[in-house]
Design a protein around this ligand. Sequence first.
Ligand code: SAH
Length: 346
Amino acid sequence: MEALWGMLPEELKTLMQSWGEPGYRGGQLFKDLQKGLDFDGMTVLSKPLRERLRTEMPVPPVTILEQHESQEDGTVKLLYGLNDRNCVEGVLMRYHYGVTLCVSTQVGCAMGCLFCASTLDGCVRNLTAAEMVGQVLCANRLLKDSGERVSRLVLMGSGEPLNNYDEVLRFIRVVTHPDGMNLSTRRISLSTCGLPDGIRRLAKEGLELTLSLSLHAPDDETRKKIMPVAHRYTIAATLDACRAYYEATGRRFILEYALIDRVNASPEDAQKLSKLLKGYNCHVNLIALNTVKERNLYGASERQIARFIDILTANGISATRRRTMGDDIEGACGQLRKKRLEENGQ
Ligand code: SAH
């Protein structure tokens, strides 16, 4: 059974009724679970019911194993432990407009992007919705003392969200539910390496999520060198799906582009990218690659980045540079988990 934390009020209502409780207990339970209360703290429920929940229901799906706070910008890198001893990562970023949490959707990842540490050992398994909710609850618990709360989510931790479609959607429906955390779908970004069928399916869900496509290249040849998914789908087919997403939702989409020295960061690449994106309702987020020495991939220099952005802007393409945060705490995907696996000799 889906662990309680990934269940919607209607489902909890059915569960409670099957236990001989009145249906409204389901709604009360949902509220308390999404507040992060443990069963003992759910004083609105009767004592015998709390007792039964404690003995029959799975323990909370996620705990924090490690936390590292950046001295530079307050970013917190988290390593979460799951009940089967797997672990995944998260990053909590503090901006002037609130706290953003980067959520993982799978243990590892199957997509094989050359620059990404999450994918080095492939995909171990999908996360359940409850395990994704658990990440947000852990972060909120951490923030409690400072009076902060997670207000935005980016599905940019380990994993390819569209390869774990049903659980990711369930997660989104739970955290946006008005009786729970009540996050706004507009404040949730789903980032994908670009699976056109999944993008088209998402377009039909009637959600106002921000769609981010990890593009990272101005043409198919370059993309194939760094992202295996480019062998399956052309950039044209992927952008077509993004256009369909825009048409269905009215939300412009974001293109993630990590600038890699001598791979995709030259002025010619910027010209090519401008041409490619003409006519799309999109915005380009540029970032310097977090260098991966093992793969000989290095982040572009400040000068290269500035020139790249100037060219895009001059060509009428909306583009900004995303701040890199938490460089001093292994902020990039998968680095912390990788380190821990290595330390444990795995
Ligand atoms: N699978 C999804 C989401 C997880 S990756 C996706 O591909 O979008 C989140 C983002 O981090 C992606 O844009 C990914 O390309 C980027 N990323 C991974 N490794 C990186 C690195 N070393 N430097 C900069 N960005 C990186």
